[in-house]
Design a protein around this ligand. Sequence first.
Ligand SMILES: *Cc1c(COP(=O)(O)O)cnc(C)c1O
Length: 222
Amino acid sequence: MATIASRLQAVKQRIEKTAKIPVALLAVSKTWPADAIKEAFDAGQKAFGESYVQEALEKMKVLSDLDLEWHFIGPIQSNKVKSIAAHFNWVHSIDREKIAKKLSESRSGMPPLQVCIQVNISGEASKSGAAPGEVLHLAQVIDGLQNLKLRGLMAIPEPTDDVKLQRARFAELRQLRDDLCEKGYHLDTLSMGMSDDMESAILEGSTMVRVGSAIFGSRQTT
Ligand SMILES: *Cc1c(COP(=O)(O)O)cnc(C)c1O
């Protein structure tokens, strides 16, 4: 049976084979226990993505001795903003002004929270994400917030086996990032690509892939 360490290695090889620029690997550990994270950490992985606040906080408690980097990648409910701001290093899923402002307020006295705007590109799998037309305004808002550092954009396209379609959707996100860069924003992060479509995402300029099942196995609940 494949171990987490061997699957992690295989994912790194997939990234290396395709990437022409450095691509960071975020291990998406949602629904997996602290033990699985520890196993990945022992194999050299430091950055982990979680989608459910309560579940993540419990694992953080158990793993507090390890030097881990925590990324929040799920939908953000207002009543969870304080916990997210207090416990995570990154947030990939900001999609509205109100949440951005609350995150910044709740982050005061700490190093800036590294954030991405989640964009609802065509074929987005979830209803969350800012519309492409709202992204510039949201970037302006975040830029003015003291405790947030805008790093880039994130998207979750609907799964499809059509590689051309995968690439077209990722290209949309890259184009939006390039537009913002032309307007003077320094965005170094394109958070796109998951277990089944990371090659397409990397070919379209992804700088961070978020990979769950290819590392930990298929989830019991999704
Ligand atoms: C679950 C999840 C992933 C990982 O998906 P896999 O297909 O298991 O690699 C990536 N990004 C987000 C936002 C997720 O919720």
